[in-house]
Ligand binder design. Structure first.
Ligand SMILES: [Ca+2]
Ligand SMILES: [Ca+2]
Ligand SMILES: [Ca+2]
Length: 215
């Protein structure tokens, strides 16, 4: 089936994404848009707070400053006053356990405590117009789904994040620490320029996101 877009519809689509970008008040983390092609580190989401740069189910950071005590350590305190929940990969049989399908680097910050309905924004700089293969470094205690938006428009939905749960691991909390890399979640066409990328948690939650990669 051939889908035809009418000219007024195309103009509306272009105009609404322009309006979205124009009205968006979030700012890139450390004033540096993340670069595509490349890795988009999930913890380097935009500044702007709840309802602008992200939506999180609760206003506390369940990782930084809570699970990871506020003791002056950069990793423990990373963005601890913000609602997005952040932790980092740790040795001592936590994230370097034998159940990971793709072994993670240690001391990598990630977004965790994810729930359906949560979303996070990233101002990104796309350096060339192309179709990009999207990968995700993650853990998932049960199958979940995510979606991606660009400039307020959904570009990929129902992306299945395959469970990394493994019954052989009898340490219950470690089911959230079995890492994997989903190597080709989807392919998305992106136009050169500055855009707002949104990562949405659609179903299940219980996922940890280290980075998205666009190749
Ligand atoms: Ca939170
Ligand atoms: Ca959360
Ligand atoms: Ca990361």
């Amino acid at each position: 089936m051939k889908i035809r877009l009418s000219i007024p519809l195309v103009i509306t689509l272009i105009f609404s994404s322009f309006i979205y970008k124009f009205s968006y008040s979030g700012k890139p983390w450390q004033n540096k848009p993340q670069q595509i092609p490349g890795k988009v580190e999930c913890e380097f989401y935009d500044l702007g707070g709840e309802g602008v740069a992200y939506h999180d189910s609760d206003s506390i950071n369940n990782g930084s400053g809570k699970l990871n005590p506020a003791n002056g350590n950069y990793l423990n305190e990373f963005r601890m006053k913000e609602g997005v929940d952040i932790s980092y990969t740790k040795s001592h049989d936590i994230d370097n356990n034998p159940y990971s399908k793709v072994f993670p680097k240690m001391d990598q910050l990630y977004v965790g405590w994810t729930k359906p309905g949560e979303w996070i924004n990233y101002i990104v700089k796309v350096n060339r117009t192309a179709a990009y293969k999207v990968s995700l470094m993650y853990t998932a205690n049960g199958d979940g789904t995510i979606a991606l938006d660009v400039d307020g428009k959904e570009i990929a939905k129902d992306l299945k994040i395959t469970s990394t749960h493994n019954d052989l691991d009898t340490v219950k909390w470690r089911q959230w620490h079995h890492w994997n890399k989903a190597d080709s979640l989807t392919v998305v066409k992106l136009e050169k320029g500055i855009h707002v990328l949104t990562l949405q948690v659609m179903t299940n939650g219980n996922m940890n996101f280290d980075y998205l990669e666009f190749k």
